[in-house]
Design a protein around this ligand. Structure first.
Ligand SMILES: Cc1cc2nc3c(=O)[nH]c(=O)nc-3n(C[C@H](O)[C@H](O)[C@H](O)COP(=O)(O)OP(=O)(O)OC[C@H]3O[C@@H](n4cnc5c(N)ncnc54)[C@H](O)[C@@H]3O)c2cc1C
Length: 336
């Protein structure tokens, strides 16, 4: 029974990095199970995307055309269903993009299968597919198997190296009639890169702590300077922005706030657990409930005026004891 990997193209007709990562997982799984791999592509024009992964050893299927260029539950589901029915797979895998997170659970209903979402791994063990999934805010990783087929799963990003292997792909077109779909796509409005400061693919996580809004040595607060300094750094480096709980909570307490921070930025026990190769904490004390959110950050640095802060207690690789306002001003100058 075939392993079917589904992917959709982006607005520039390429495949997103997470789609290439998922393909690597699907290819390894099919090889481990001794099954065939099929790839189903959905998008406006999928020819370039198919060629970009032609070497993955799969048979290619595609539903393409203007109706499938943008994410829309009804057309994505109809396309996925048509490809699945052409392939007859035991397992269907897709990346957990917003498009597929919406559409693929519906596919499980249409095919009478089961779905598991946001998997952190999917491998062949002893001839059986075994899924991995994080529980309890990524503190425990569980493994699960299922007897029901087709088993439909979505994979989280960052769990495998992206597949690479371009060539010339022969693609079997699958036609789908969506003329009866009432939802019309009016257009897609993307957040500008500068407005969107949570960037999961960034190499660096920049954490802003409450110290940025506290009284400084001159006895005054300088939130406006803090905002400009942080924004200049993020603009130059395209780092991802994180925050401590104290800082994002300040708005509720009526204090001076960094205007572009929301609770979505909070890193820690009751916040996010991002995965970036490097992290830099500024004006953040490094208390345990915050630092547990750094579990997957490999190289950690912090800037704090207090040489005895939490980061100094073995929680970072390098602690710069200094004024983050001055240090980041200098860093911004060096970045030009
Ligand atoms: C159940 C529970 C869950 C929690 N969950 C989370 C969570 O998910 N995430 C989280 O972040 N917290 C969480 N907390 C809160 C956490 O314990 C801390 O209170 C919080 O992380 C402190 O934030 P902070 O370090 O930004 O602020 P502060 O503790 O106020 O630290 C500010 C730091 O800035 C430094 N500083 C000031 N000015 C400068 C300067 N010019 N240059 C350099 N350094 C400067 C100070 O020395 C100080 O160390 C939780 C707490 C509890 C009880």
């Amino acid at each position: 029974m075939t392993v079917l990997y589904l992917a959709h193209t982006e607005c520039d007709n390429t495949l997103h990095k997470s789609a290439l990562e998922g393909l690597a997982v699907a290819g390894d799984l099919a090889a481990g199970l001794g099954e065939d791999l099929a790839v189903g592509l959905i998008g406006g024009d999928v020819a370039a995307a198919a060629d970009s992964i032609a070497d993955c050893g799969a048979k290619f299927y595609a539903v393409s055309g203007a109706d499938f260029a943008d994410g829309r539950y009804a057309s994505d589901l109809a396309a996925a269903e048509a490809i699945a029915k052409a392939v007859g797979p035991a397992i269907v895998i897709g990346p957990d993009t917003s498009r597929f997170s919406r559409a693929l659970p519906g596919l499980a209903i249409r095919l009478g299968g089961r779905v598991d979402t946001h998997l952190s791994g999917f491998t062949a063990e002893g001839g059986k597919p075994v899924a991995k999934r994080w529980f309890y805010r990524q503190r425990m990783e569980g493994t699960l198997t299922r007897d029901e087929r087709p088993w439909i799963v979505t994979l989280s990003s960052g769990i495998a190296a992206p597949f690479s292997g371009a060539g010339s792909a022969a693609v079997e077109a699958v036609s789908v009639d969506v003329s009866g779909v009432r939802t019309k796509v009016q257009g897609l409005e993307c957040a500008s890169e500068d407005a969107q400061t949570i960037r999961p693919d960034a190499n660096l996580l920049f954490v802003a702590g409450a110290g940025w809004t506290k009284k400084q040595v001159d006895g005054a607060t300088h939130v406006d300077v803090a905002e400009t300094t942080i924004q200049t750094f993020l603009g130059a480096t395209k780092a991802s922005l994180g925050s401590s709980k104290s800082l994002v909570d300040i708005s509720g307490e009526g204090g001076a706030v960094i205007s572009f921070l929301t609770h979505m930025h909070q890193v820690g026990q009751t916040g996010a657990t991002p995965r970036h190769p490097k992290g830099l904490a500024t004006c953040c004390h490094g208390e345990e409930p915050h630092v547990v959110g750094w579990r997957f950050i490999k190289e950690r640095r912090a800037i704090n005026t207090d040489a005895g802060c939490g980061w100094a207690q073995g929680k970072c690789d390098v602690l710069y004891v200094g004024d983050a306002f001055a240090v980041m001003k200098k860093v911004n100058e060096l970045l030009g």
